[in-house]
Ligand binder design. Structure first.
Ligand code: 5IU
Length: 276
């Protein structure tokens, strides 16, 4: 995969249904923006998602922080994803043994596999975390992202850990569609003499994106969409507070203006990258 390939060209070579759907949505809507909606009540949650829907390919959720979570909320979320044509990514960060993560993914209060096209996992337990999640997710045509790096200051996911994350992904290419990381992972983790499989093409979704500030005082570090997509070769920018600000003072028009600002910055950086 060279950095000049378009989302549409890459979609044609994918086999995982969620990866194809995401790449096609990005291409159709001309947006590589994912909005991360970290708010604690469902009214703000749905209002933000309805406002940003037209500007995004993907909505990232943390449903465990919602104080009034219920099945109706999930139905509304799914309706919004159909109305605005975006996918849903539950940022669950699974990190237990295979049997436990399969239960956490399928069952419990949230029943994540039933509504999230994409979820993610820490590779810390080793390949079994992917095996457990795949046993639930593959038959439901879902996709998994592995956390290969983090955007926070002092993150431990680096060096050999990142290499191992990519190696695990390579052994489960039917289900692992890519990474949460800060740069393209092509060639990472290859041992001397090993070459990349010709059809390998992992997506990289990058959090820690902001146009106005460099951090949040709690370890988060922000880079611009251009740094992330053009310089580091990531595929999707994940933006939270940079778009919705303080949810207590929700101003739909202001949120939409920010969403369009980030959409355009992310898309321009992509066009600059694929230019031959
Ligand atoms: N997130 C990160 N950095 C990471 C990972 C996840 O910021 O390395 I892995 C999540 C946390 C939050 C969102 O849900 O992405 C970023 O939100 P802000 O744009 O508001 O910082």
């Amino acid at each position: 995969m060279d950095r000049h390939q378009t989302y549409a060209e890459r979609s044609a070579k994918q086999t995982n249904a969620a990866a194809i759907q995401l790449l096609d949505t990005i291409d159709r809507k001309k947006t590589n923006l994912c909005v991360s909606v970290d708010v604690t009540n469902s009214k703000d949650f749905l209002a933000i998602i309805d406002a940003v829907g037209p500007y995004v390919c993907l909505v990232k959720t943390h449903v465990d922080i919602l104080e009034d979570f219920n099945r109706t909320l999930v139905e509304h979320l799914v309706q919004l994803s159909e109305k605005h044509d975006f996918l849903i990514f539950e940022d669950r960060k699974f990190a237990d043994i295979g049997n436990t993560v399969a239960l956490q993914y399928f069952s419990g209060v949230h029943r994540i596999a039933s509504w999230a096209h994409i979820t993610n996992a820490h590779p810390v337990p080793g390949p079994s975390v992917v095996k457990g999640l795949a046993s639930v997710g593959l038959p439901m045509k879902r996709g998994l992202l592995l956390l290969a790096e983090m955007s926070t200051e002092g993150a431990l996911a680096r060096g050999e850990y990142t290499d191992e994350a990519v190696r695990i992904a390579r052994t489960h290419r039917d289900f692992v569609i890519g990474f949460i990381a800060q740069r393209r992972m092509e060639g990472v983790g290859l041992r001397p003499g090993e070459t990349m499989h010709p059809t390998e093409d992992f997506l990289v979704l990058a959090p820690g994106v902001g146009l106005d500030v460099k951090g949040d005082g709690m370890g988060q570090q922000y880079r611009t969409p251009r740094q992330v997509v053009f310089e580091s070769g990531c595929d999707v920018i994940i933006v939270g507070r940079g778009i919705y600000g303080k949810p207590e003072a929700l101003d739909v028009q202001a949120v939409q203006a920010q969403a369009e600002r980030y959409r355009k910055a992310g898309w321009d950086a992509y066009l600059e990258r694929v230019k031959r």
